[in-house]
Design a protein around this ligand. Structure first.
Ligand code: GRG
Length: 327
């Protein structure tokens, strides 16, 4: 089990009030003179989302003593980038449900979703320019580039039942952990923290982001669509070789392994119940959760480099919540 405390419902998050400021920035910066952009961007952003990445910016800047208004702008920027990737990803994956609603591609079509994703992505860069710090631009230009590489790598790995676990991990570090890493790092950049401390923050984000995606991949098998706000089984439908399947293949006999291989190669959802039974029976889901807990533990350990503060406690809590979640 994770060493971090179990999440407590009553714990006050020091970013709650600051997040209201971030939401105000988000609303203000979504504005476009083009009605369809307004409609779609408000549709997806208004659906909520956990806002984890902006919280990382706020918590790291607070933990390191920075309280300037740029933190709200940067928090909104990472949420815009995240939302742009979701808009694009749902088109690529042909997903129908996101944040408990029909996806933007299902509601407005693929072309509109991709283009509004481009709007949010480029608006994020306009906002970065307004922060006027070359290092911020560098961190986010690098991160978005790596995220795109991760998605292309994932595309190349699709339908490949022989994917190595290390190659799977590389994809999730690129496509998901990189934005967590950048968000945490930006808190340190704002606070002008020494290089070694900035690296520790980045390492926290990398580990937490990896844990987060491992749980995401797990929930695609054992989650509940209404709690998750997206359809379970999407990964299998697409033939995506994620850790639960890779581990189940390693641990199962010839017939079960052949069933999973076939499902990955052909992207079959009909066999989901049988595959779920194999994934559960072989302990692959538990092993995936263990891997996520290991990453979350690594993230928690990094926090020792930070001075004690409310924000540091909230980061610890975030590690626990990222593992023990149903959405
Ligand atoms: C636009 C830079 C750019 C790249 C496009 C499509 C693509 C390349 C990247 C997709 C990356 C992606 C969607 C990774 C998955 C990340 C992930 C776990 C998303 C879900 O995050 P949550 O659970 O979502 O934080 P909410 O809805 O809570 O905000």
């Amino acid at each position: 089990m994770l060493d971090t405390p179990a999440p407590t419902a009553a714990a006050a998050d020091p970013t709650d009030a600051a997040m209201l400021r971030v939401d105000a920035v988000i609303r203000e910066r979504l504005a476009s003179r083009v009605a369809l952009i307004d409609q779609i961007s408000r549709y997806i952003i208004g659906a909520g989302g956990k806002r984890i990445r902006p919280r990382l910016v706020l918590l790291f800047s607070e933990a390191l003593g920075f309280a300037g208004p740029e933190r709200y702008e940067l928090a909104a920027i990472v949420e815009f980038i995240h939302t742009a990737t979701l808009l694009h990803d749902d088109v690529v994956d042909e997903s129908a449900l996101r944040r408990g609603r029909a996806t933007a591609n299902a509601m407005f079509g693929n072309a509109a979703s991709v283009l509004v994703g481009d709007f949010l992505y480029s608006r994020a860069f306009q906002m970065m320019v307004s922060v006027n710090r070359m290092r911020v631009l560098e961190v986010l230009a690098d991160a978005t580039n790596v995220i795109a590489e991760g998605e292309v790598l994932q595309l190349m790995n699709m339908h490949d039942p022989d994917l190595a676990v290390d190659d799977y991990l590389r994809v999730i570090r690129f496509k998901t952990a990189k934005l967590f890493e950048a968000s945490a790092r930006l808190g340190a950049v704002l606070a002008e923290a020494p290089a070694a401390l900035e690296e520790s923050c980045a390492e926290f984000g990398r580990s937490l982001g990896t844990a987060f995606q491992l749980v995401d991949d797990l929930l695609d098998y054992e989650g509940n669509s209404s709690e998750l706000g997206k359809n379970v089984g999407d990964d299998l439908r697409e033939g995506k070789p994620t850790l639960p399947l890779l581990l189940a293949m390693e641990r199962s006999g010839t017939a079960d392994r052949a069933l999973i291989r076939h499902a990955i190669e052909h992207g079959e959802l009909q066999k989901l119940p049988e595959i779920l039974a194999i994934v559960r029976g072989t302990g692959a889901l538990d092993a995936t959760r263990d891997a996520a807990e290991g990453e979350a533990r690594k993230a928690s350990a990094v926090l020792d480099a930070l001075p004690p503060s409310r924000a540091r406690e909230a980061l610890l809590e975030l590690c626990a919540r990222s593992i023990h979640r149903s959405s």
